[in-house]
Design a protein around this ligand. Structure first.
Ligand code: PLP
Length: 251
C-alpha cells in the first residue's frame, strides 16, 4: 500500500511522515519504507535538501523503517544545491539514479544500497525478467554519461530559467521563474483560454515542439542535453504562437 503525502511542492516534513506511520494492528499494512523523489518531478523539480533528508532518516530510524531515495534526478539536485550527491544520499538506506533523462544515456539506471540489499535486489531483478548477459554495452553508455554529462547539468538549469522567463512573459501563461531550480518548468496556461492538451497539441503541430500535459491547464517542459539555447526561443515562440492563435479565435 502506498500512502502519498501532500507536501510543500513535493517536499513533506518529518512530522508528516511520522504521523503517516500506521499503528501496529493486524488489520493495517505494516509501514516499511519512506520514499522520497529527488527531484520532485510534478512540482517543478523541487530539490530535497540534506537537512530535510536527515530529518526523515531520524524518523525512519525511530520506527525501524528504511529510507529510499527515488533519485532519478539526484545529480540535478546535487548540481542545483551545490551539494555533493554523496551528502544527499548519506542518510538514505537505498538510492535509485537514472542514467537516462538529464544524463543522456539511451537506457539504464543504478540502484545503490548495502551489500545485503543489493544481493536481494538482484534476485528480484532476475525474477522480473531483468536478466541480461549483454548489458555491458549499455553500461558503457552509462559510464560515459557519468563521466561527461554531469558537469554540464548546470547548463540545463540555466536553460530552464531562460525558458521560464520567456514563458512567463506570454500573456495568459502563469509561472514564477524564481521557483525554477533545476531543469523542469511547470506552467499554467488557463489564462490563454486553452487547456494543457490544446496548447501542447498546437505547439507540436505548428512548431514541432513537445511540451507535456500534467493535468487540466498545467503544462510541463524539461531541458536536457538535446535542447540548445536556440531551441528555447523556438519553444517560447511555439507557446506564444498557440496562445495568440487562441486570442484571435476568441474575437
Ligand atoms: C524515470 C523515473 C524512474 C524510472 O527510471 P527508468 O530509467 O525509466 O527505469 C524512476 N523514478 C523516477 C522518479 C523517475 O523519474
Amino acid at each position: 500500500m502506498v500512502y502519498p503525502l501532500e507536501g510543500d511542492r513535493g517536499i513533506f516534513s518529518a512530522d508528516q511522515a511520522r504521523s503517516a506511520i500506521r499503528p501496529l494492528k493486524h488489520y493495517y499494512p505494516r509501514t516499511r519504507v519512506i520514499s522520497i523523489e529527488q527531484t520532485a518531478n510534478m512540482t517543478g523539480g523541487v530539490c530535497w535538501k540534506v537537512e530535510q533528508i536527515e530529518a526523515l532518516a531520524a524518523v525512519a530510524r525511530e520506527h525501524d523503517l528504511r529510507l529510499h531515495m527515488d533519485g532519478a534526478r539526484l545529480l540535478n539536485a546535487a548540481t542545483a544545491l551545490k551539494t555533493p550527491a554523496a551528502s544527499l544520499t548519506a542518510s538514505c538506506d537505498s538510492c535509485w539514479l537514472d542514467l537516462t533523462k538529464g544524463l543522456g544515456a539511451p537506457v539504464g539506471a543504478v540502484l545503490a544500497g548495502s551489500g545485503a540489499f543489493i544481493e536481494e535486489a538482484w534476485v528480484f531483478k532476475q525474477r522480473f525478467g531483468g536478466a541480461m548477459r549483454q548489458a555491458g554495452i549499455i553500461a558503457a553508455a552509462g559510464i560515459y554519461a557519468l563521466q561527461h554529462h554531469v558537469s554540464r547539468l548546470a547548463e540545463d538549469h540555466a536553460h530552464a530559467r531562460i525558458l521560464a522567463e520567456g514563458l512567463a512573459a506570454i500573456p495568459g501563461i502563469r509561472l514564477d521563474p524564481a521557483l525554477v531550480e533545476p531543469n523542469i518548468v511547470i506552467f499554467d496556461v488557463a489564462g490563454t483560454g486553452l487547456d494543457a492538451e490544446q496548447l501542447v497539441a498546437r505547439a507540436l503541430v505548428e512548431q514541432g515542439v513537445r511540451f507535456s500535459t500534467v493535468r487540466g491547464s498545467i503544462v510541463r517542459a524539461v531541458t536536457h542535453l538535446d535542447i540548445s539555447r536556440a531551441d528555447l526561443d523556438t519553444a517560447v515562440a511555439a507557446a506564444a504562437g498557440a496562445a495568440i492563435h487562441q486570442r484571435h479565435q476568441a474575437r
